[in-house]
Design a protein around this ligand. Structure first.
Ligand code: F3S
Length: 659
């Protein structure tokens, strides 16, 4: 038995219902009102409105000072302003969703760019353009290429641009699938473009509902006005999946419309946003009559023949189990239990342009695939594996995002503004700023590499756009390393580190999880003027932990090797009373420092320089002088040595000749 199904969402949308209500209420109040253009795109509904005193005019002047209704599409601001001047009362029935787009258009910054994706002649698009900030530039585009041509001239739209970027909005009745494709491409090429998905959910729901029904139905009847763009879109959607007939009313339903259909066929009915409910009802009733007639009068041999066939019927969008029969470089041939021979070209097997067909499937594999084109003239059906994988992948990636898991994938492509990573056959876009490659670095270095990343966005809005971040994964890994570092750090622990930066007071050394400070005095046992005299950025040096503060996240390091401690050498070789040669290395107000061996200096106090009173040390000693001195004290606790020249003069002692 044939069955009729009406799409879940069909007929008047919220905006159209609201506009008609406003116009009818005004007509009741004033007896007659005018609408600026036809209130809805449906010839029969317009006739009925006329009967209620609601007339369409093309200009505000034609309203002759009577109330004027602005229809749900909205109008350019200049038209609205003129209407307010010339007509009587203005009843603004612009759909609130369209009003929202007007606000976005008006908020485009001065000198900014607005692109309206849609039909440039559609009144809604004309209205949006006419509400854009007059100091901005407004364009329409119907395809990616047209939008691309505009954006190429808008340097701030690209990844490295600065300042105001471009804004993109879309006609409320635009095809959501086409929008997904276009917006994905724009996002990948111009990540700074502000994309607003302004497709009305009423439209999307109607399109989705029509799509679903048409996949089950053998025949679709689309009801609506000939000039209604959203009705024509429904026709295009249904045509892809089922035989489709476009009518404005029940009277237009062709005779013998059911001819050739199976006896258990589903007949679907959908309707555009401006189709009144009673018109849909009339079509439904007429189709019921047709079915009754068909059952009574006709034996549908074609239908019987079809029923005899044991084959499955394939249609676009059908999910099937496919058994791989053979593989070649270009494609895999599959068996799907239907009369058509199935095939999946390499590009529909995977998103990875570097993968070979035989790497993905082999004969005997049973895979999930979706039918994308049936060609009965040659008996083939084109299928796609990657689209099924992508749908499953999206669900998985949604879960990955929720759990904040880090996953791995291979970088398959470098695109403008970032890279594409393939994860279980799903394309994940990683913006350049999230790749972990520093500004000015080469994204190409990532090509073919397996990277760890996080999922930061999974959006159904743009046809399943998934955005990832390598940078966030790196940050998390580093944080984990840091936490482990602070748990295990000990004084005396040794590291090989890399000099990150050089300051006047020391150098910062990367020891893996954190950067530690090597104070200048801890760089070497010898005297140091400036740290840069000893090390350069990028040098690898061995350090040990001197102290650390987990609270302040500070680590103090030393690059001095304890085995080379010159003090140890000094106390082993020298003793109090020894007379030695020392080199003056610095002069202060209270004395002069003299190097005994590299790393050990002794102080000759001003009172120990001469038997005479010394007023200014510089008159007696200068840096570089080599002098004979006596070691008069060694403080092993404080590592200090006191020297004296005066002691030698007083005692008459002298250095032995061979010393
Ligand atoms: Fe408004 Fe959406 Fe209808 S924008 S006019 S509710 S299709």
């Amino acid at each position: 038995m044939m069955k009729i199904e009406i799409a879940d969402k069909a007929g008047f949308c919220f905006g159209v219902k609201r506009a008609i209500n406003l116009a009818e209420t005004a007509a009741e109040k004033y007896g007659e009102v005018f609408t600026l253009g036809e209130l809805i795109h449906n010839e029969r509904a317009i006739e009925q409105l006329e009967a209620k005193g609601i007339h369409a005019v093309d200009t505000p002047e034609e309203a002759l000072g009577k109330p004027l209704v602005i229809r749900s599409h909205g109008v350019p601001k200049s038209v609205e302003d003129a209407a307010r001047e010339k007509a009587g009362e203005i009843i603004d029935a612009t759909c609130p969703f369209v009003k929202e787009i007007h606000k976005i258009a008006a908020a485009v910054p001065d000198n900014g760019t607005l692109i309206v994706l849609g039909d440039k002649n559609h009144p809604e698009v004309v209205g949006i353009i006419g509400n854009a900030n007059p100091k901005a530039q407004a364009f329409t585009a119907a395809t990616f290429e047209e939008a691309d041509a505009v954006l190429k001239k808008e340097p701030s739209a690209c990844e490295n641009g600065s300042g105001a970027s471009a804004t993109l909005v879309v006609q409320t009745t635009f095809d959501s699938g086409v929008f997904s494709e276009i917006s994905q491409k724009i996002f990948e090429k111009y990540p700074r473009v502000e994309i607003h998905n302004t497709i009305c959910t009423a439209t999307e729901q109607r399109q989705k509902s029509a799509r679903e029904l048409s996949c089950r139905a053998a025949l679709m009847i689309v009801v609506g006005g000939r000039s209604s763009s959203n009705t024509r879109k429904l026709v295009r959607i249904c045509e892809k999946n089922a035989k489709t007939v476009f009518v404005t009313s029940a009277a237009e339903i062709p005779r013998q419309i059911l001819k050739g259909l199976r006896s258990d066929a589903v007949i679907g009915i959908t309707a555009g946003a401006s189709t009144p409910a009673h018109t849909i009802k009339e079509v439904h009733e007429k189709m019921n009559e047709e079915i009754t007639k068909n059952n009574e009068n006709e034996e549908d041999f074609a239908s019987l023949l079809e029923q005899d066939q044991s084959f499955n019927r394939l249609y676009n969008g059908k999910r099937v189990k496919a058994t791989v029969v053979s593989v070649s470089k270009k494609e895999a041939v599959v068996e799907v239990g239907a009369k058509q021979t199935g095939y999946i070209v390499r590009e529909e097997l995977t998103n990875d342009p570097t993968a070979e067909v035989e790497d993905i499937v082999k004969p005997g594999d049973v895979i999930d695939a979706i039918v994308i084109k049936v060609d009965d003239s040659v008996g083939t059906a084109a299928l796609s594996k990657k689209r099924v994988d992508a749908a499953l992948g999206l669900e998985k990636l949604e879960a990955v995002k929720e759990s904040n898991e880090t996953i791995e994938g291979k970088v398959s492509q470098i695109v403008k503004g970032g890279v594409i990573v393939i994860y279980e056959n799903t394309r994940v876009f990683i913006p350049a700023s999230h790749t972990g490659v520093p500004r000015g670095g080469k994204l190409e270095d990532l090509q073919g590499k397996t990277v760890k990343f996080k999922i930061i966005e999974v959006s159904g809005d743009r046809g399943g756009r998934v955005v990832g971040s390598i940078r966030q994964a790196i940050r998390e890994i580093r944080e984990a390393e840091r936490a482990k570092f602070w748990e295990t750090i000990e004084v005396g622990q040794k590291f090989e580190g890399e000099v990150r930066s050089i300051e006047n007071y020391g150098v910062f050394v990367d020891i893996g999880a954190v950067d530690g400070l090597v104070h200048t005095a801890d760089l070497t046992w010898n005297r140091v003027g400036h740290p840069k005299d000893i090390v350069s950025v990028g040098d690898k040096i061995n350090v040990i932990v001197k102290s650390f503060d987990p609270e302040k996240k500070r680590v103090s390091l030393s690059a001095k090797d304890p085995n080379d401690n010159p003090w140890t050498k000094f106390v082993a070789e020298y003793a109090k009373g020894d007379i030695i040669k020392a080199t003056i290395v610095s002069i202060t107000e209270f004395g002069a420092f003299a190097q005994i061996i590299p790393g050990v200096d002794g102080l000759i106090h001003i009172s120990q320089i001469s038997t005479e009173r010394v007023q200014d040390i510089n008159t007696v000693l200068k840096v570089g002088d080599v002098v004979d001195v006596k070691i008069i004290d060694i403080d092993e606790e404080k590592n200090r040595v006191s020297l004296s020249i005066r002691a030698l003069a007083e005692s008459g002692e002298a250095l032995a000749d061979d010393e």
